[in-house]
Design a protein around this ligand. Structure first.
Ligand code: DX5
Ligand code: ZN
Length: 222
């Protein structure tokens, strides 16, 4: 099964509710929320206050991607704001095992994200503890960047690692994905598809969501 998770940072922040309605109309599964702190990544986005505001206008699961340092300090706030899933970066969490278990203790789906330069093999010890692995297919920081072509190879490697340990963790991809390249990541094993500008910067958002899903599901059949 394919889950589609539009990244709201590419949406129009002057009317977030309208943007959310248009992706809901296309039949999405999760809403992806990119939190950036200006330290781990150069850019700044938003914090729990905006997550709480979004929670008020949708029942969709909120897939919160924390590109921040000191994630432990904020997990409770994001959870209370309504985050269903909380994903932290391998590169930003020196005590990753503790952080992942803290997320689980707060009752959220716990995810680990890896940057393009981080090798898959480094996740070996943490894989049994996570509910989701997010493979970055661009360097985190901005929407609208170009998909890194070597990414499917890493997705495949992590898919095999998950299978080897009998894990049913979600395998998510994020960055530069649209209807033209989604098949490659799905064939490699990705099942949760994040897309920001590939969805929000198109003229018919619901139709773009449907096309993305169609192309992803077609790739599953091959
Ligand atoms: C990158 C973010 C992504 C990204 C998605 O730092 O984590 O979620 O903005 O946007 P596109 O699909 O435009 O790359
Ligand atoms: Zn993201």
């Amino acid at each position: 099964m394919i889950l589609i998770a539009p990244s709201i940072i590419s949406g129009d922040f002057s009317n977030l509710e309208k943007q959310i309605r248009s992706v809901e109309e296309g039949g999405i599964d999760w809403l992806h929320l990119d939190v950036m702190d200006g330290h781990f990544v150069p850019n700044l986005t938003f914090g729990p206050l905006v997550v709480k505001a979004i929670r008020k206008v949708t029942n969709l699961p909120l897939d919160t991607h924390l590109m921040i340092e000191n994630a432990d300090h904020y997990i409770e706030d994001f959870r209370k704001a309504g985050a269903d899933g909380i994903t932290v970066h391998y590169e930003a969490c020196p005590h990753l095992h503790r952080t992942i278990h803290r997320i689980r203790e707060f009752g959220a789906r716990a995810g680990v994200a890896v940057n393009p330069a981080t090798p898959a093999a480094i996740l070996k010890e943490i894989l049994p503890d996570v509910n989701l692995v997010l493979v970055m297919t661009v360097n985190p920081g901005w929407g609208g960047q170009q998909f890194i072509a070597s990414s499917p190879r890493k997705v495949k490697e992590i898919a095999q690692m998950l299978t080897a340990i009998g894990s049913s963790a979600h395998l998510e991809v994020d960055g530069g994905i649209d209807s033209s390249n989604v098949a490659a990541v799905v064939k490699a094993g990705a099942r949760v598809i994040v897309s920001g500008s590939g969805i929000f910067r198109t003229s018919n958002i619901p139709e773009t969501v449907r096309l993305l899903r169609r192309n992803a599901e077609k790739a599953l059949e091959l």
